[in-house]
Design a protein around this ligand. Structure first.
Ligand code: DGL
Length: 271
């Protein structure tokens, strides 16, 4: 029994990489829905249906626990799946969104105490258009922190460029999205990279934001949250190690791009 990691495409590999560093003995199955990426320009219903299909595929592959390593899927589908009875008995699905917000709000997992003041006050959120449209980040943050001003920037085109391997375009787009955000919020304390594709070009965000802004990336935060979850629910951590990579896209093309991004050979199979 492995832990499943799901993303619309390549972005979730940033989470997988951090999980492997934190939990080297944990067996993993990664599924990238590259045939349908990007999700960030789709409707919430569409994202929900694709996410349900992806999670089922991972349950069928023997995973009892699936991590949605995709903010867009987590923002548009996770609550609906959990509340709509779409998670079979004995199976679990977790998102990347809540661990990020708990880290920002200085809380540990499952701390449901009332919202309180936190250190950050002006937060820039960079995410896909669909994630920004859900306002899930602001909603989840409001449950945990008060007095935080959030300015969200929908980063159209960035995921498409990364999936196409066009990093020059991706970096140009990041620069223009950061400029647009800074026009609305000139001095953020922190910037949240709210899409798992963005750590692949975190340096472009850092450069455009300048040295005074703390850039918060998800992969290490999610890996830590997963380690914490599995320490309390060890029955979801299978034995055996290793990782299997599945894609709905073209396995040869996805393998080539994934290997380039992570700087290690990764071989995808057809899902
Ligand atoms: N990595 C996904 C996320 O975190 C990208 C979504 C997309 O496919 O647009 O939001």
């Amino acid at each position: 029994m492995a832990v499943g990691i799901f993303d619309s495409g390549l972005g979730g590999l940033t989470v997988l990489d951090a999980v492997r560093a934190r939990l080297p003995d944990l067996p993993l199955v990664y599924l990238g829905d590259n045939a349908n990426a990007p999700y960030g320009v789709r409707t919430a219903d569409d994202i929900h249906d694709l996410t349900v299909a992806g999670v089922r595929r991972l349950y069928d592959a023997g995973c009892d626990l699936v991590v949605l390593a995709c903010n867009t899927a987590a923002a548009a589908a996770l609550r609906r799946m959990q509340e709509g009875g779409e998670v079979p008995p004995g199976k679990r699905v977790l998102g990347v969104f809540v661990p990020l917000i708990e880290a920002l709000a200085e809380r540990s997992w499952g701390d449901n105490s009332p919202p309180r003041e936190v250190a950050v006050q002006h937060v820039a959120l960079f995410a896909t258009p669909a994630t920004v449209a859900t306002r899930a980040f602001q909603r989840e943050l409001a449950f945990r922190a008060i007095g935080v001003d959030v300015e969200a920037q929908a980063c159209g085109g960035v995921v498409d460029a990364i999936e196409d391997g066009d990093m020059i375009l991706a970096r140009d787009l990041v620069r223009s999205h950061v400029e647009a955000l800074l026009r609305k919020m000139p001095a953020p304390d922190a910037a949240v990279l709210g899409c798992t594709h963005y750590p692949l070009i975190a340096d472009a965000f850092r450069e455009a934001l300048g040295p005074g802004v703390r850039v918060i990336e998800q992969p290490a935060i999610v890996a830590e949250a997963l380690a914490d979850y599995l320490s309390r629910r060890p029955e979801f951590a299978g034995a055996g190690g290793g990782a299997t990579f599945l894609t709905t896209g073209n396995p040869a093309r996805v393998s080539e791009r994934a290997s380039r991004f992570l700087g290690q050979t990764i071989t995808f199979e057809a899902a």
